[in-house]
Write a protein that binds this ligand. Structure first.
Ligand SMILES: Nc1ncnc2c1ncn2[C@@H]1O[C@H](COP(=O)(O)OP(=O)(O)OP(=O)(O)O)[C@@H](O)[C@H]1O
Length: 300
């Protein structure tokens, strides 16, 4: 059982008993260009009837969907429909917003991440996050990556060296920076900075990586590098990505969730999940007219 309580602050953050071996591995480059697995992979996380409030405002209402093991799940939909709000709820990032509250259930390996006694810091060690704008610390490349492992108690230089190299290699950045690890992370290009942030996220060995529009500030070349990287990362990680770019969702993801905002009788807009399915199905034969209207550009 994954222990998310604060007493589990060990350096081994991946104490997972799920059925990894029986899960289906993704093939790179799925989405509408390929096929989703014939057998659905096990869910790592499950959202059941999740609503998220900011004070009295119910920003998102009644979302249920699985986040499947080693798959890339995209969240798409028009601005303000609550994609980022749901994403941030998945690792309790909304706890940092005064007045934010989550109703319903979000489980990680069956454990409610909002249950009393669950430590949000432990949740974020298992479920990491990469933000829209690359945000390296004003530290060296090496120290950016070593930061999290050091916080987790790893002090030995040799051990940190291995972690730094592995994380930078995993984020497809090692070859570009191996000779300048003491240089500031802020001196890298935008695309390199975003890969540095991905390396920083994977250095603490999370199981799930949440990405909130990770390419929106990047040029097309840097974007395609990150997309390629996502395919590689899906070999080892479960990824959830919010993107405004439908082509990107179609290119990179195995599953797609389409959100929209509905106006209730009182005139208040709430984000709703319209449809969740294989990406290929969503983009070729969606069940809902609203999904079709959005992906064909007739609305949104
Ligand atoms: N910190 C906050 N306090 C109050 N309301 C918020 C906060 N963050 C988001 N909201 C509101 O919640 C709703 C959903 O916002 P959210 O940012 O999750 O949507 P989104 O689909 O990610 O939008 P975008 O695509 O424009 O980033 C919006 O009405 C937004 O104004």
């Amino acid at each position: 059982m994954t222990n998310l309580s604060s007493s589990s602050a060990t350096t081994d953050v991946k104490v997972i008993t799920m059925t990894d071996k029986t899960s289906v591995r993704p093939t790179a480059g799925l989405g509408s260009a390929g096929k989703s697995p014939a057998i659905a992979a096990e869910p790592v996380m499950d959202l059941t009837d999740v609503s998220v409030f900011y004070g009295d405002f119910e920003a998102v209402r009644g979302v249920s969907l699985p986040i499947r093991h080693n798959q890339i799940t995209a969240m798409i939909g028009p601005s303000g429909c609550g994609k980022s709000t749901v994403l941030r709820a998945l690792n309790r990032m909304n706890d940092l917003v005064a007045g934010a509250r989550v109703a319903g259930s979000i489980t990680y390996h069956g454990q409610d991440i909002y249950a009393p006694g669950v430590d949000p810091i432990q949740v974020r060690r298992h479920i990491g996050m990469v933000f829209q704008k690359a945000n390296p610390f004003p530290k060296s490349i090496y120290d950016n990556i070593a930061y999290g492992p050091r916080l987790n108690g790893i002090k030995r230089r040799a051990e940190l060296d291995v972690i730094v190299e592995e994380a930078l290699t995993g984020a497809a950045l090692w070859d570009e920076v191996k000779d300048k690890l003491k240089t500031s992370g802020l001196a890298l290009s935008g695309g390199q900075q975003q890969r540095l942030c991905i390396a920083r996220a994977i250095a603490v060995k999370p199981e799930v990586i949440l990405m909130d529009e990770p390419c929106s500030a990047l040029d097309p070349i840097a974007t395609s590098k990150i997309e390629e990287l996502m395919f590689q990362l899906a070999e080892d990680y479960t990824i959830v990505i919010v993107t405004h770019n439908m082509q990107q969702a179609a290119r990179v993801s195995h599953y797609t969730s389409f959100f929209t905002a509905e106006v209730d009788d009182a005139g208040v807009r709430h984000g709703r999940l319209v449809e969740f399915d294989d990406t290929q199905k969503i983009f070729t034969n969606p069940a809902e007219q609203r999904t079709e209207d959005y992906i064909t550009g007739r609305f949104g």
